[in-house]
Design a protein around this ligand. Sequence first.
Ligand code: PLP
Length: 405
Amino acid sequence: MNAPDKAPANPEPHVMKTYGRLPMALSHGRGCWVWDTDGKKYLDGLAGIAVNTLGHAHPKLVPALQEQIGRLIHTSNYYAAPLQEKLAAKLCEISGLTNVFFCNSGLEANEGALKIARKYGHDKGIARPEIVVYEKAFHGRSIATLSATGNPKVQAGFEPLVEGFVRVPLNDIAALEKVGASNPNVVAVFLEVIQGEGGINPAKIDYLQQVRRLCDERGWLLMLDEVQCGIGRTGKWFAHQWAGIRPDVMPLAKGLGSGVPVGAIVCGPKAATVLGAGNHGTTFGGNPLAMRAGIETLTIIEEDKLLDNAANVGAALRSGLLAELQGVDGLVEVRGQGLMIGIELDRPCGELLGRAADAGLMISVTADRVIRLVPPLILSVPEAQQIVAILAPLIKNFLASTPKP
Ligand code: PLP
């Protein structure tokens, strides 16, 4: 036994230390609630970082996945894939796009999107295609997607970065027009409709419409990373639909499988045939288990009217937070849409992650100073009120007890 004053033994000596973890280990969940191995209960304001769309142990999802596991998990892409076709058809129906490639994660969907943009350029005779990307963007941690990411902390130590990116600030159409006027190698514009890791920064509706127009005028692909903000999170299937536009390429992942890893690149006519046989592939992509998770997730979102729920409960959550926090010294802004909410403070607040967990709430802190709430889309109004009741006092106490920057 350890002496009481001794630090506990490292519980994970063999797992690489790439994450700063809180000590509690989670054991099981139901709905928007999760329990740890000591029996302590947490309200889930994080949903596995915008992944557990249907919460935990959803009564319709669990039997469907159990049935699928008993039938077929994986087969390879050597054979016809009816479940891929079924999920692809549904994604095309709800997006207005035409074709889908399935993969396993967000970075993989984005990596594929970058390949589409480059090949689209080569097919037009542009030998060194360039892609416009954004300050504060996050697209993943592969070498290409971290190069597209606009965060030096994510890039540090992994240079040389992949070339062929031009960076602009978000919501500044003049900056994008300037790139268009001066750089004939540009082939695509690649952005998150709401930047997630960058601090819940929404692209403005008129900006998105202007970017769509510019892409059409210049023959560029509009590639919208909906990995975090897609699949109903903002109250529409995809966040760009609030602007009444359609992208040419839309990478998805996170919420699509409600916890089962699945990614997708959804393309419209301008991009759908750029990749042909032999240009791209992945062993696990589109496997029957992941496809069934995607099909059931989208079906349950529709049957249970979770788009409306995300919009309504999200509005209640935001107004509840504002009612408690507006005017508090140190609050910069509460922003976001639907169940994707950021609360920006004027100082770094990473320690709130642990304080919230102690108080029975799961959240995240991103971009140093932004508390992020991305709960399951099944969250109820009383649960949203519970989030406010736990979080608002924590924020107020933190601001009152931490020196101003
Ligand atoms: N794109 C966006 C907008 C994301 O938020 C993330 C992850 O946070 C990714 C891509 C990368 O996804 P993954 O972690 O599944 O590789």
